[in-house]
Design a protein around this ligand. Structure first.
Ligand SMILES: C[S@@+](CC[C@H](N)C(=O)[O-])C[C@H]1O[C@@H](n2cnc3c(N)ncnc32)[C@H](O)[C@@H]1O
Length: 270
């Protein structure tokens, strides 16, 4: 049986479909690997180790708590999780947030995200054919928690705003993979699409000593903001719109990969 230990959760905007394109663009000669906008950390988990120092960060405290509990208390997490049922009633109960400890908070958050439609934690996800959503295997979850616990062994987990984090960990051999909220699309618990300050991120990234790779939606605003940096256009299938009958145009989502070091050559070689 193979367990997909390459991820903990499906997260809105998660880089599941782009991770194979992004990974070869990450330089080998880095001393630290940092994800300021961690989310489900698909790129971090893609490899067993990126650098001596690895940092996962997200401003959403529910994510930082989940990652910390899986890192430090995997057995307590599994003990709490094993009594949960794939039931709509339990889902609705957790939506109202009745946890007491950080371990319960992590388990309930994980339950809501993995049992909901599109990983949004809002509506109970039902499936007709596969064994995902509400019918997820309990045993696979236990194995996954162990695998992710091992992967996080040396990963530092932070819960800060990107600016403080980037400035704190920046040095010439540092590498930042940045996957901020996009300029269009859905927002997050910690920031709506309209409120995220893209100019502030540009200002911070423009002044770092280390290297960065940035993924964004392909929009005139972002192209203008990062004029002068190397950019690659990539296309991926839009997961949510990927139903039968949807036109190819609506299925395709265009994104940009932007960096302050040469990536075009690596992309073409890959
Ligand atoms: C596009 S998602 C990251 C997805 C991730 N790369 C993955 O593979 O799952 C963007 C993340 O940025 C976080 N975020 C939003 N504003 C932030 C801020 N000011 N500082 C740090 N993180 C922030 C959100 O909570 C969200 O999880």
């Amino acid at each position: 049986m193979t367990i997909d230990r390459k991820c903990l959760i499906n997260w809105v905007g998660g880089k599941r479909l782009l991770r194979k394109t992004i990974a070869p663009l990450i330089p080998e000669d880095i001393k630290s690997y940092i994800e300021p906008f961690g989310g489900g950390a698909w790129v971090l988990f893609y490899k067993d180790r990126w650098a001596d120092l690895e940092i996962y960060n997200d401003l959403d405290g529910r994510l930082a708590n989940l990652f910390r509990i899986v890192k430090y208390h995997p057995n307590a997490f599994k003990e709490e999780y094993k009594y949960l049922l794939g039931s709509r009633e339990m889902f609705l109960q957790f939506l109202n947030g009745t946890f007491i400890t950080d371990i319960q908070k992590a388990v309930q958050f994980y339950f809501l995200i993995t049992r909901s439609f599109g990983g949004r934690g809002e509506t109970f996800g039902t499936v007709k054919r596969s064994s995902g959503g509400a019918s997820k295997s309990q045993r696979n979850v236990m194995d996954k928690i162990d695998a992710i616990h091992n992967r996080l062994d040396k990963v530092l987990i932070e819960n800060r705003d990107f600016e403080k984090l980037i400035k704190q960990y920046d040095f010439e051999d540092a590498f930042f993979y940045c996957d901020p909220p996009y300029s269009k699309g859905c927002g997050y618990e910690v920031t709506s699409t309209e409120n995220f300050d893209h100019e502030r991120l540009r200002e911070v990234l423009g002044n770092i000593q280390g290297r960065f790779l940035l993924s964004y939606d392909d929009s005139p605003k972002i192209r203008e903001l990062y004029k002068g940096f190397e950019m690659i256009e990539v296309e991926r299938l839009n997961g949510i719109n990927n139903k039968q009958g949807t036109s190819r145009e609506n299925k395709i989502f265009k994104e940009l990969l932007i960096a302050n070091y040469p990536i075009k050559e690596r992309h073409h070689a890959g």
